[in-house]
Design a protein around this ligand. Structure first.
Ligand code: MN
Length: 134
């Protein structure tokens, strides 16, 4: 067993996020575990770019109010306690509401050894029109 102190919060890269997003790494499994857990803090209106996870993703909203959209679907409001599952290779984005912060836990897995795909396939940033549902 190991107790680790808090590590430095990392700024979400501008290629992958619009607005200010901060990421705290929580778990990074060592083989054979491939789990990845992080707490992701979105400032109001900040959001991910369009992306898809090779092995899917589960989100657990812990604070604030947010929005999520699957490609071709409606924008859905998310609140603390909500659990959202994105299927493998399902294109989507997630972020804070325009006037609220939002924090969620992100649970993903790295691809299996020998699988050359990236863990996350990143696409275009979500435009203001897309974010506004237009
Ligand atoms: Mn995602």
């Amino acid at each position: 067993m190991e107790v680790r102190s808090v590590q430095a919060t990392a700024k979400g890269p501008a290629d992958w996020f619009s607005g200010d997003v901060w990421i705290d790494g929580i778990a990074r499994g060592e083989e054979p575990s491939r789990i990845r857990i992080s707490a992701v803090h979105f400032t109001p209106s900040a959001r991910t770019a369009w992306h898809a996870h090779a092995v899917g993703q589960t989100l657990y909203v812990t604070e604030g109010r947010g929005l999520i959209q699957s490609r071709g679907g409606e924008i859905v409001e998310i609140r603390p306690g909500d659990i959202i599952h994105a299927q493998a290779d399902e294109w989507h984005w997630h972020g804070a509401a325009p006037d609220q912060f939002m924090t969620h836990l992100s649970v993903t897995e790295a691809v299996a050894p020998g699988d050359t795909r990236p863990d996350v396939n990143w696409g275009e940033l979500v435009t203001d029109a897309e974010y506004g549902g237009r």
